[in-house]
Structure formats: structure tokens, C-alpha cells
Design a protein around this ligand. Structure first.
Ligand code: ZN
Length: 65
């Protein structure tokens, strides 16, 4: 994996907290915007969503939102 520009840091380390809605609104917004323009992080986000460990922590209502 290559490092992104300093002003556009990758958000892979925040994805777990993002999925669990544990970030601040500002952090969640940054992650959301980053996912729209970064294929690598978008793919990582999809993997996190599909990880059994994370799914077990999510309620069905969370998944519908
Ligand atoms: Zn990224």
C-alpha cells in the first residue's frame, strides 16, 4: 500500500470505529468523504462491513441505515 498525500490521509485505521459509529461527527465526515475518492479505503471499508467480528457487534437496525 502506498502512502497518500499528507492532506488526504488514509482512513483505514478509523474504519472500525466508523462502522461502529464511534467517531465524532467531524471524523465520520472525513472518513465518509475519503471513501468516496479512495478506492483502497472503500475496498477496506467493504471488507470491514463483511467481517464476522464486526457484523456480530452491529444490530440489524444499524445495517439498514
Ligand atoms: Zn484511502
Amino acid at each position: 500500500m502506498t502512502a497518500g498525500p499528507a492532506e488526504h490521509p488514509h482512513v483505514s485505521l478509523l474504519l472500525g470505529a466508523y462502522v461502529l459509529d464511534a467517531l465524532t461527527d467531524r471524523e465520520a465526515g472525513e472518513v465518509s468523504r475519503h471513501l468516496l475518492r479512495c478506492d483502497a479505503c472503500a475496498a477496506a471499508y467493504t471488507e470491514v462491513l463483511q467481517a464476522p467480528g464486526f457484523l456480530a457487534l452491529l444490530t440489524e437496525q444499524d445495517l439498514l441505515e
